[in-house]
Write a protein that binds this ligand. Structure first.
Ligand code: OXD
Ligand code: MN
Length: 596
């Protein structure tokens, strides 16, 4: 096969001349192609068959033990001007980066097949969707890209159609697993020519180039020049008993429960009353103003590349139901009867993630970053609107992090500019379990620190630019499910009960809840947050909704220091906004209750 789009054919020919593969395969995305790849990987040992009685169509991939996660220190944004990448990215001069990468790619596919993967990020007929082509020598990457994107013939047809109209019709991603040598591993982004070069890793966001590399780093750059937003956010639809659905987009750093919130199961009482939750996306959200001034969002992905450990009947029954069949597992453990297993599941492991007999002395049985790759269509709460070409209208944007102290359960920003500040100031505290150091706060603005493909100052300016006359922007909220009491225990139950907080947000959007104004934003007034059926005493609720004025003054000062790190490109508007909050905090406990 070949492409009738000259620019695409020329690029594939050039890459083939550089990498010298034995074969070239253009992926059509068919079932037959997927099955043939699976058979081939079973033979080479790239995949291991799992118990087909309990998990039909499920396979296990064990990655190289030194290739188990994204590698931020080896990830670069290569803009012509260093300043354009910003202090939030590692930078390399594009000429130097191309030379380095082309040296690595030279002859690297000898004896291998070069796969050409045309893919579309977003519903294939959506004007919000964007296309790319990934070239890789990894059949595991092909199989995962088929699940995570709309891959194959239909995407190629769109790329060829759009290629007649524009030179920039698709993102070019070149990938090789190379020798899987961490010393010869780089993930390079060239936003100015919409291209990516990734060498030396076969894992997740390093290798499935449609995900973080395209849909966040390159897309955030594209989005700025085209007037939209590419964000690290889940999208969830909340349907009330009257059958009205509000869509909420929420940004949290890794390991803060995005997949769980996207697939939330309402508490019993809510279920009985008829509340429903619809999953549109669990990781990435592309949003654009519609003709009515509202922001409309699509999930550019078609599957979930979720963290397996901790996924259980208690934390996320919908995820568990999704992965009962036709799933690729990476770096999980297996039971004696060859079922996938990880910490948090019942039963016990026989082999660990490296295929060794399980021995607790070697650490957890499943790698902490073990993953499942599964089609979103298998999720019981998958929203029919997720395939809607126009996207879903967003009523609320939520920012949040892991903050054991200070930050209340929920507050609402007073307007868009304040909301941009709230997202920009976002942070998460590390836990002893993760790093050994307790309570170290890391700022991760809009959860985009590893993923924003350009200068954060310009990024905040781009966010502010959506506040135009006629815009019907979503309300912006901040949540913290992780506040702890004096006993060190979480004050809020989390998981399904987070719907109670979402319900309050929706009431605010609909103008049905009054709230209480505080210097940091609006909090639920007494009685507004439904706690019926919850074992939560009044003191815990008071603490969850407490604004510690002195603590927030220190926080505002720390946020100011952080914003100044971005120098001249940080919009003055955000400094002014912070100044407004700081002055209100300095003015004493100006906590005025609005009638509830
Ligand atoms: C992810 C991440 O894999 O954020 O989604 O690391
Ligand atoms: Mn993510």
């Amino acid at each position: 096969m070949a492409s009738k789009l000259a620019a695409l054919q020329r690029w594939v020919d050039e890459v083939a001349a550089l990498t010298r593969p034995t074969r070239i395969h253009w992926c059509d995305g068919s079932d037959a192609e997927y099955q043939a790849l699976v058979q081939q990987m079973l033979q080479t040992g790239d995949l291991v068959e799992l118990n087909q009685q309990t998990h039909p169509g499920c396979y296990l991939h064990r990655s190289s033990p030194s290739d188990v996660a994204r590698v931020e220190h080896l990830t670069f944004v290569c803009t012509k001007e260093h300043e354009d990448a910003g202090p939030n990215n590692h930078w390399m001069d594009p000429a130097e980066a191309h030379a380095k990468m082309d040296g690595l790619f030279a002859d690297c596919m000898e004896g291998r097949t070069l796969y050409v993967i045309p893919y579309c990020m977003g519903p294939i007929d959506s004007p919000l969707a964007r296309c790319g082509v990934e070239i890789t020598d990894s059949p595991y990457v092909v199989a995962n890209m088929r699940t995570m994107t709309r891959m194959g013939a239909a995407a190629l047809a769109r790329i060829e159609r759009e290629g007649l109209l524009s030179n920039d019709s698709f993102v070019k991603g070149l990938h090789s697993i190379g020798e899987l040598d961490p010393e010869r591993r780089f993930i390079m982004h060239f936003p100015e020519d919409l291209s990516i070069k990734s060498y030396g890793s076969g894992y997740g966001g390093n290798a499935l180039l449609g995900k973080k590399c395209h849909a966040l780093r390159i897309a955030s750059w594209q989005a700025r020049s085209e007037g939209w937003l590419a964000e690290h956010m889940l999208i969830v639809g909340i349907e009330n008993p009257q059958g009205q659905t509000h869509y909420v987009a929420a940004a949290f750093p890794s390991a803060c429960g995005k997949t769980n919130l996207a697939m939330l199961i309402p508490p019993d009482g809510y279920r009985r009353d008829g509340w429903k939750v619809w999953t549109v996306g669990d990781d990435i959200c592309w949003m654009r103003p519609g003709a009515d001034g509202r922001l409309y969002a699509i999930n550019p992905e078609a599957g979930f590349f979720g963290v397996a450990p901790g996924t259980s009947a208690g934390s996320n029954p919908n995820a568990l139901a999704s992965i009962a069949r036709d799933t690729i597992f990476t770096n999980v453990a297996v039971t004696a009867d060859n079922q996938p297993w990880w910490e948090g599941l019942p039963g016990e492991p026989a082999l660990d993630w490296q295929g060794r007999a399980y021995d607790p002395a070697n650490g957890p049985a499943a790698h902490p970053n073990a993953r499942f790759t599964v089609s979103a269509k298998q999720c019981p709460t998958w929203s029919p609107k997720a395939e809607d070409a126009q996207g879903v209208p967003i009523s609320a944007i939520v920012f949040g992090g892991r903050r054991p102290s200070l930050v209340p359960l929920v507050f609402e920003a007073r307007d868009w500019a304040h909301g941009v500040l709230v997202g920009g100031a976002m942070g998460s505290e590390t836990t002893a379990a993760a790093t050994g150091a307790v309570g170290v706060l890391r700022r991760d603005s809009m959860a985009m620190k590893p993923f924003c493909g350009y200068h954060y100052g310009d990024y905040f300016q781009h966010w502010l630019s959506f506040d135009q006359p006629g815009a019907q922007l979503p309300k912006i909220f901040h949540v913290n499910w992780f506040r702890k009491g004096k006993d060190g225990k979480f004050l809020w139950p989390g998981f399904g009960d987070n719907l109670r907080v979402l319900e309050w947000m929706i009431a605010r959007v609909e103008g049905k809840a009054a709230g209480v104004d505080t210097p940091i934003g609006t909090l639920p007034a007494q009685g507004e947050l439904r706690t019926d059926g919850l074992a939560l005493d009044g003191a815990a609720l008071d603490e969850l909704l407490h604004v510690d004025q002195a603590g927030w003054q220190a926080e505002a000062a720390a946020i100011g220091d952080y914003l100044r790190e971005f120098g001249q490109r940080m919009p003055q508007r955000l400094h002014d906004e912070l100044q407004r909050v700081a002055s209100a905090l300095a003015g004493g406990p100006r906590v005025s209750a609005v009638a509830s």
